[in-house]
Design a protein around this ligand. Structure first.
Ligand SMILES: NC(=O)N[C@H]1NC(=O)NC1=O
Ligand SMILES: [Zn+2]
Ligand SMILES: [Zn+2]
Length: 459
């Protein structure tokens, strides 16, 4: 019998078909064997009795802002935070760093930094912006996980939103390149115009902010993108969908056979507009947190399996940019800092609403891996796959404090929130990167992970 590097013993393993009490034998970074009462010799044994072993989370949506704005987050702190949250692969967005990831050169620069500094694995998005249509093919061939574009203003000048013609041209090319286009979908015309009205009136309260980004702005942008997908054949992924109505038209498009997936984020499920009213800028994001009735609708849609995946949209900034003494709610940076809490948030909802844990694993690992071309290696606990795990106990709770939140900046909407579970360990390709409250921060175990090569369709 072969000697193993690690055996995780007696855990409740979250498999696609449900929970099974199994031992997991790990060798050379891979899941070598799954079975009951493994008797192999092993360097290390991890007793996971009464704990749950989830596939390592794949978070398809974070902003680490490096290079150029690593004072906002960065690969080092960002990846430690993800490890503490049970995430073993994150996809870094092409914006908030300088330069944006809109050329092959910028992609390689970012990949090198990630390889030097990241504690867990990562993939990189490329951007679609006005003027980089000539860069898309090189980005695709060099291994971006997909492309991202904004239909409304991004909040930083280094990444322009797309006009409709850029979008159509980009979508046609991205379809040929066999990639997916992720879209931040809010109408630029509506949000810009409504914001200007409020600025003219000098109205900057939480309610005013919400009024500048109505559900209609999301619905209009989603609907338009769906029409464009139909014309161009471009696969779409709708990021951070915040309304039932937008989700409804996405469902209809999927039912017509369009190649579309959709995510939401835990902040739209755990919080609502009242948090913006009470707590101000830490709760500012776009699309905004909705009213409580919409939050409830979204939770029900999650329970009904209408979302394909859950991502954090971790979009942090230095405190000054959210300081209410310096910036009003309209000027403050929009983004929620909470990349550590996605898996725990969904487990909280699962416990509360009796959602099976295999659904949690599907939303946080399997579907992201399948959608973006990583399922040969990641996304499921299965022999031969990467040994990526989040080990979770339900017999303790976790209250977020500045001390146990590993992001670079500690202000967060999640401070003070109590989850009914604790991540007791995170394992990335067989390496223990987080164990009982301690991040193994000194070794950058993480690698840039590229999707399997998709065939490029020529015409
Ligand atoms: N640029 C950026 O990170 N924007 C993100 N923040 C947010 O709240 N929504 C976003 O799209
Ligand atoms: Zn966005
Ligand atoms: Zn984002």
């Amino acid at each position: 019998m072969e000697k193993l590097d690690l055996i995780i013993k007696n855990g409740n393993v979250v498999l696609p078909a449900g929970l099974e009490q199994l031992d997991i034998g790990i060798k050379d970074g891979l899941i070598h064997i799954l079975g009951k009462n493994l008797l192999n010799e092993s360097e290390k044994i991890w007793d996971a009795t009464n704990q749950y072993i989830f596939p390592g989370m794949i978070d398809v949506h974070v902003h680490f802002s490096e290079p150029g704005r690593e004072h906002w987050e960065g690969f080092h702190t960002g990846s430690q935070m993800m490890a503490a949250g049970g995430c073993t692969t994150y996809f870094d967005m092409p914006l908030n760093g300088i330069p944006s990831t809109v050329t092959e050169e910028a992609l390689f620069k970012k990949a090198n930094l990630g390889n030097e500094k990241s504690l867990v694995d990562f993939s990189l998005w490329g951007g679609l912006v006005p003027g980089n249509e000539g860069d898309l093919e090189a980005l695709a061939k060099s291994g971006v996980i997909g492309f991202k574009a904004f239909l409304s203003a991004t909040g930083n000048q280094e990444f322009e939103s797309v006009d409709d013609i850029t979008l159509l041209n980009g979508m046609k090319q991205i379809a040929k390149l066999g990639k997916v286009l992720a879209l931040h979908s809010e109408s630029a015309a509506m949000t810009d115009w409504l914001k200007e009205q409020k600025e003219k009136e000098g109205k900057f309260t939480a309610d005013d902010y919400l009024e500048t980004r109505p559900i209609m702005a999301e619905v209009e942008a989603v609907q338009r993108a769906i029409y464009y997908s139909e014309i161009t054949g471009c696969p779409l992924h709708f990021v951070h969908i915040s309304s039932a109505e937008a989700l409804e038209i996405i469902q209809q498009a999927k039912a017509r056979g369009l190649n579309i997936t959709v995510e939401t984020c835990p902040h739209y499920l755990l919080f609502n507009h009242q948090d913006l009213r009470e707590r101000g800028t830490v709760a500012k994001c776009a699309p905004p947190l909705r009213e409580k009735d919409e939050q409830e609708k979204l939770i029900n849609l999650l329970i009904d399996q209408k979302f394909d995946m859950i991502s954090s949209d971790h979009s942090p900034c230095p405190y000054e940019l959210k300081d209410p003494k310096v910036h009003n709610l309209f000027q403050a940076w929009g983004g929620i800092s909470g990349g550590q809490f996605t898996l725990m948030s969904i487990i909280e909802l699962a416990v509360k609403h009796e959602i099976p844990f295999e659904s949690v694993a599907k939303w946080t690992a399997q579907n992201p891996a399948e959608r973006f071309g990583l399922s040969d290696r990641k996304g499921q606990i299965k022999e031969g796959k990467d040994a990526d795990f989040a080990i979770v106990t339900l017999s303790k709770s976790f209250t977020v404090t500045e001390d146990n939140f590993y992001a670079k900046h500690k202000e967060s909407l999640y401070l003070g929130h109590t989850f009914p579970c604790v991540i007791t360990g995170t394992i990335n390709r067989g390496n223990v990167v987080y164990e009982n409250g301690r991040v193994m921060g000194s070794t950058p175990y993480g690698c840039w992970v590229k999707p399997v090569v998709t065939e490029i369709v020529s015409n």
